[in-house]
Ligand binder design. Structure first.
Ligand code: ZN
Length: 443
């Protein structure tokens, strides 16, 4: 008898069809039932940090919690709350939903907003993460038996381990190639790919470009000899192919189906809210707001965790047949650049790097080999967006016309004036992994 989970037949449209096509009403009922279980755990274990948040909302006992509608009463938690909890009750804080003897993996957040927080997983937590990731990769065409090449770092970054163990759990052959570090390493990886002929590649950031260039240097045609199509910068809309709730909550919250109109969420594993961060109220269809998740089914979970990410929900039914709602990941709150137009309506808008990327990508002279740009943010918002863009070297009439065209397009799309500064190629900094597109300047 096998102890392994059975995998769905390769021809099946969805990884978990019963749950992914569940109608709205039973899906909400399932969320409610699972949420009630998490609320009970908060009081019974107890989980002191979460318990304090519930009590702040007047929920002093599991019986005070009446259902999904009560969730919004609970004050949201942020990364800074987790960090403070870990400092006060070192090293793990007082927000864990299980005891250390059941933990099997540790990770930490990237620490881009301060000291990294610790993440722990039980075997159940890993199973939930792999379930969510398997649904996502199934939508992208990954099937048991396929050969899968990836370049995630392993070591302290748990995302690499998650990806490896997740695709192995799906029954795929994982090639953990690692990031493109030294030239010797890159060449070894390219040779391995040539021998194994991967069916699918997932290479993030600059890794794909570097491996592609290495193959060319070795006289190897990536498309023909490696089945590797990824060359150069991808279209900015590829950022909508997936949405994450962070490794600390649910690494793969959703992925886009073939409709490419938002990433289907795992609503049986997470209750997802999108709220205006100034009012705390839910926003509507396609409106930008903060992503707040409550994780179900995990031992180590979160309740109303505000990722400080800006997202939009697509509330329309999807023709593919999946019932879980879809979401677009737009960017980080910390990357929002406020613009305060002088117009009679006095409308203040926020711009994100993705807005500029989508706008600029429509200009072929800027898009090749990649769109390089920077949004400038000032302590006092200006009445226009300041945008620096790398473009054709020629100064004079051509670039003047280009600046005018970009400005006109921006005004039409976003309703705000834009001041464009055209720089020669190489005029802006390059980044290996995540690009910093917003620069804070005085004045
Ligand atoms: Zn769909």
């Amino acid at each position: 008898m096998s102890a392994l989970p059975t995998q769905p037949p390769a021809g099946q449209a969805f990884y978990a069809p019963e749950i992914q096509t569940l109608a709205e009403e039973p899906l909400r009922a399932l969320q409610e039932e699972r949420l009630a279980g998490q609320i009970r755990r908060i009081f019974q274990l107890p989980i002191p940090l979460f318990r304090r948040h519930l009590e702040a909302a007047g929920i002093k006992d599991p019986r005070d919690f009446k259902g999904l509608a009560d969730l919004a009463r609970i004050p949201a938690l942020r990364k800074s709350d987790l960090r403070a909890s870990e400092a006060a009750v070192a090293p793990f804080g007082d927000y864990r939903g299980s005891t250390p003897e059941s933990w099997v993996r540790i990770g930490q957040t990237t620490g881009s907003s301060g000291r990294p927080t610790l993440i722990v997983w039980t075997r159940q937590d890993l199973a939930v993460d792999y379930q969510a990731a398997s649904r996502a990769r199934w939508r992208w065409g990954l099937r048991p038996g396929m050969v899968f090449a990836q370049a995630h770092p392993h070591g302290l970054y748990a995302g690499g381990w998650h990806m490896s163990h997740g695709v192995e759990a799906m029954g795929c052959l994982d090639i953990p190639s690692g990031p493109p570090t030294t030239e010797a390493h890159r060449r070894r990886v390219v040779q391995l790919w040539q021998r194994l002929q991967p069916d699918m590649y997932r290479l993030f950031g600059n890794a794909g470009v570097k491996y592609y260039e290495t193959a060319l240097e070795m006289g190897i045609d990536p498309a023909r000899e490696l089945r590797f199509q990824q060359a150069g910068g991808s279209h900015p809309s590829s950022q909508f192919d997936a949405v994450s709730a962070g490794l600390e909550a649910l690494g793969m919250l959703g992925s886009a189906c073939s409709e490419k109109n938002g990433a289907h969420l795992c609503e049986d594993l997470a209750i997802v809210e999108v709220v205006d961060r100034r009012t705390g109220r839910p926003v509507g269809h396609n409106e930008r707001g903060n992503l707040i998740v409550t994780i179900l089914e995990k031992d180590n979970f979160h309740i109303r965790y505000d990722l400080e990410d800006l997202v939009r929900l697509n509330l329309e039914p999807c023709p593919c047949g999946e019932t879980h709602r879809r979401m677009f990941y737009d960017g980080r709150v910390s990357d929002a650049v406020p613009v305060a137009p002088d117009g009679p309506e006095g409308r203040r808008v926020e711009m994100l790097p993705i807005d500029a990327a989508l706008l600029l990508h429509d200009f072929p002279e800027l898009a090749m080999p990649s769109v390089e740009y920077q949004l400038v943010r000032r302590p006092e918002p200006r009445a226009f967006l300041e945008l620096r863009v790398e473009g054709p070297a020629a100064a004079g009439a051509t670039s003047d016309a280009l600046v005018v065209a970009i400005s006109a397009r921006a005004r039409a799309q976003f309703g705000i004036p834009v001041r464009v500064e055209l720089l020669p190629r190489g005029g802006l900094p390059r980044f290996d992994y995540k690009a910093a597109r917003v620069i804070d300047e005085a004045g």
